[in-house]
Design a protein around this ligand. Structure first.
Ligand SMILES: Nc1ncnc2c1ncn2[C@@H]1O[C@H](COP(=O)(O)OP(=O)(O)O)[C@@H](O)[C@H]1O
Ligand SMILES: [Mg+2]
Length: 754
């Protein structure tokens, strides 16, 4: 196959082949065979194909080695971020650049945050880095990028000074690195891209606008008769602004009431480009037509900083804690109902999907900053949260370093959230800070959700225990344990903690019968049950427990959690003699997600005991350093519902893995990372529904098995840090796939050690 002639953007437009010439060079660093753009299936993208293709040419032009800045300029809601995101996630771009990072600046540019964010993407953020001052950070970033071909996206920058400030951190090694800037201000774009013409993004044409409107309404995008007539008038009044078009389509989706269409059409003004208030009024229609139960969910987005990538699981737990999620009469669990609400907001284009999980589920989401403004405006109008605006007025008398500029006291009256990063350096400071927060908030009465995880306290801030009505609590502290008295938070449903040290989960935690999610982000956290002899109440509500150490007390607790769905164990999972030592999971009939991280190294192939049982309900399994013998893999091959399997860092040891016939009947996602595997053999009917395969840093692997070539469901294969033979076999596999009629397999090959 001639990989160099493959077309990068399948737009059917006149740009065909343009890039083919440019990257046919012999010294082309990365092999790229992709035909499809990752993460873009199902997403409606209208117009701008020519722009996208031109920008891709500029990004990847190997004749222009000098560091180049590429700017996109245009008004809010025109599609700058969407276009930049498509390019950033394009599989070609992903393979071509060795380091990529994305920062969102907004009007409030935060130098430190931005530097840390880029460093997080291009290297590891160690504690050492977090302790550096801004100058040192800038210097470290410069060095981290030095010599590498990188792409940095600086989204939504507002000021020339901010640009000058950050620009200094980007070295020019004449190796094809690029910076992509989006901005609303032409002068910023001109300044940033001093040696070229910024792309002034155009408005969608009337035809494109109508096309977008229709495709957002229905899959087949057909619209006739009177609704077609009204639809055209509606899109005309949206003046080619994609944001306005998708929001109005969101209101009318699944609604064929002619009167509603007429009403919307009459409401729209045609001056939205020149008049901010009219633009906002148009956007507000989407809020006004939201069903009542979705309104508080939407308003809660105002609590997060502009451009913030919001983790959806925590967001949903917050909604539940707040009481925003009510039963829908079908006796479903609240998490499922919350998920429906989020999906509804996404379908209405009010919320944008951010990152995805390996099983395709949504991991993070965002809202457009104009919609965030709308949230705040509506919250005020509707008295959703009279206290919410305090955060602008409150000034804290604690040391400056304590309070992050993005600091916000937010959500509704009942929620306090500080979602960005901030450190508390002295214990005295942190405790008094906590007191201040609580007093400002007048919190003790009502607070139901408190998220202070952006602040690092020295120890667990016991002041929060005054908030006896808390249902959601997020905390970060340097060391120490939560106190026994935590059990006074009897209404607590979600507890999220992180600490630099391992912690002991106190006895009394198990008296908190309403606890649903206990989530500790890292460490080998010990379970204490020393004082609860005879206490054998079951913890029916507990759904998440992660990460805890698999010691005997933990076994004891697991015997009392019949409804556990997610479990993360980190600690000794083998004896020093090499026997596997996992708690009995057989009783956990609801368990869907399991993560096992062993902390004892034993590199001789651990055997499972006969009594080891993995529940049939398991869908998602991650093994790390478990050092299992490959012959034990058949146990996992047979788990009937397993969809996601990640084998990391010596999860198995040994040279040969031979899967048995009909292995992994439901597996959709497989990741092999840092394994010493040499030969991997599969049978013809194994992995019948596999969609994504990732092979990272398996340097001895000789081949990706040929028999994977006939799996017609395979969508992507990523291989990186492997030897040439394995890498070449991946492209053979793609050919094999083509022979079976799958010409959309996306292959990402990157020889770099990411
Ligand atoms: N080309 C497009 N095709 C379809 N929808 C688009 C397009 N551009 C933008 N949108 C929609 O408009 C919304 C706002 O676009 P965005 O890129 O965030 O605007 P900007 O960054 O210019 O303010 C997006 O979330 C998306 O739903
Ligand atoms: Mg934007």
């Amino acid at each position: 196959m001639d990989c160099h002639s493959s077309k990068l953007i399948d737009d059917g437009s006149a740009n065909q082949g343009e890039l083919g010439e440019e990257y046919s060079s012999q010294d082309f660093p990365v092999q790229i065979y992709s035909r499809k753009n990752k993460f873009q299936e199902g997403e409606v993208f209208v117009g701008f194909q020519k722009e996208e293709s031109d920008l891709l040419n500029q990004l990847a032009s190997i004749t222009k080695k000098k560091l180049q800045v590429i700017s996109i300029v245009g008004m809010a809601g025109l599609g700058k971020t969407t276009l930049a995101t498509r390019l950033y996630n394009h599989s070609y771009v992903e393979s071509y650049f060795y380091a990529r990072a994305w920062i969102t600046c907004s009007q409030l540019y935060l130098k430190r945050e931005s530097l840390l964010e880029i460093l997080r993407s291009v290297s590891e953020n160690t504690d050492e880095i977090c302790a550096m001052n801004d100058n040192m950070l800038a210097h470290t970033l410069y060095r981290a990028l030095k010599g590498r071909r990188y792409l940095i996206v600086v989204d939504d920058i507002w000021s020339i000074d901010d640009w000058n400030d950050i620009r200094r951190c980007f070295p020019d090694d004449k190796n094809g690195s690029r910076i992509m800037v989006t901005t609303r201000l032409k002068e910023v774009a001109l300044h940033a891209q001093s040696d070229g013409n910024p792309l002034c993004l155009r408005f969608l044409t009337e035809e494109e606008g109508f096309d977008l409107f229709k495709r957002k309404l229905f899959e087949d995008g057909n619209l006739f008769g009177i609704l077609g007539f009204l639809g055209k008038r509606i899109t005309r009044n949206c003046c080619g602004l994609p944001l306005a078009i998708v929001l109005i389509a969101g209101v009318l989706k699944n609604n064929f009431d002619f009167l509603l269409w007429l009403q919307i059409q009459e409401h729209l003004s045609s001056y939205i480009i020149s008049d901010y208030n009219q633009y906002m009024d148009t956007l507000a229609l989407s809020y006004n037509h939201l069903p009542q139960h979705l309104k508080p969910c939407f308003l809660s987005f105002g609590a997060f900083p502009v451009g913030y990538d919001i983790p959806v699981r925590q967001l949903m737990w917050l909604w539940i804690a707040e009481g925003f999620i009510g039963q829908d009469g079908r006796e479903r669990n609240l998490e499922d109902i919350a998920e429906d609400c989020l999906m509804d907001l996404i379908n209405r284009s009010l919320v944008v999907v951010g990152k995805k999980r390996s099983n395709g589920a949504i991991k993070t989401c965002r809202i457009h900053d104009l919609l965030r403004d709308l949230c705040l405006r509506k919250a005020e109008e509707e008295n959703f949260s009279p206290d919410i605006y305090k955060h602008n007025k409150v000034s804290f008398s604690c040391p400056h370093s304590l309070v992050h500029p993005k600091f916000q006291l937010l959500l509704s009256t009942n929620v306090l959230a500080i979602p960005s990063n901030c450190s508390c350096y002295s214990s005295e400071g942190s405790q008094s800070f906590c007191k201040q927060i609580l007093s400002v908030w007048d919190a003790s009465e009502h607070t139901r959700a408190l998220d202070l995880s952006s602040i690092e306290f020295l120890v667990f801030p016991s002041e929060v225990l005054q908030l006896v009505h808390l249902r959601y609590l997020g905390l970060r502290f340097k060391s120490g344990n939560p106190p026994e008295s935590i059990s006074c938070l009897q209404e607590l449903q979600t507890l999220i903690m992180s600490s630099r040290m391992n912690m002991v989960i106190p006895n009394d935690m198990w008296k908190m019968v309403n606890l649903k999610h206990l989530f500790i982000k890292s460490g080998e956290n010990l379970v204490d049950i020393s004082n609860v002899e005879g206490e054998q109440r079951t913890l029916d509500n507990l759904q998440t427990m992660s990460l805890v150490s698999p010691t005997r007390p933990c076994h004891n607790i697991l015997a009392r959690t019949p409804n556990l769905q997610k479990l993360g164990l980190c600690g000794p999972l083998t004896t020093t003699r090499g026997d596997f030592k996992c708690p009995d999971l057989g009783l956990l009939m609801q368990l869907e997600k399991l993560k096992l991280s062993n902390t004892i190294s034993f590199h001789q192939g651990v055997r499972l005991s006969i009594s080891t049982i993995f529940p049939g309900s398991l869908k998602n399994l991650t093994l790390s350093n478990t050092c299992l013998n490959w012959e034990e893999a058949w146990i996992f091959e047979m788990i009937p519902n397993l969809e996601v399997l990640k084998l990391k860092f010596h999860a198995f040891v040994g040279k040969d893995w031979e899967t048995r016939p009909q292995a992994f009947p439901c597996l959709k996602f497989l990741k092999l990372k840092e394994l010493d595997l040499v030969t991997w053999t599969v049978c013809r009917y194994d992995f019948p529904v596999l969609q994504h395969l990732q092979v990272y840093h398996c340097p001895y692997l000789t081949e990706i098995p040929e028999d994977l070539g006939n799996i017609c469901t395979l969508e992507s294969l990523e291989i990186s840090g492997c030897n040439d033979a394995a890498t070449n076999s991946a492209s053979d596999l793609q050919e094999e796939q083509e022979r079976y009629g799958n010409d959309s397999l996306q292959l990402i090959v990157n020889p770099s050690l990411v």
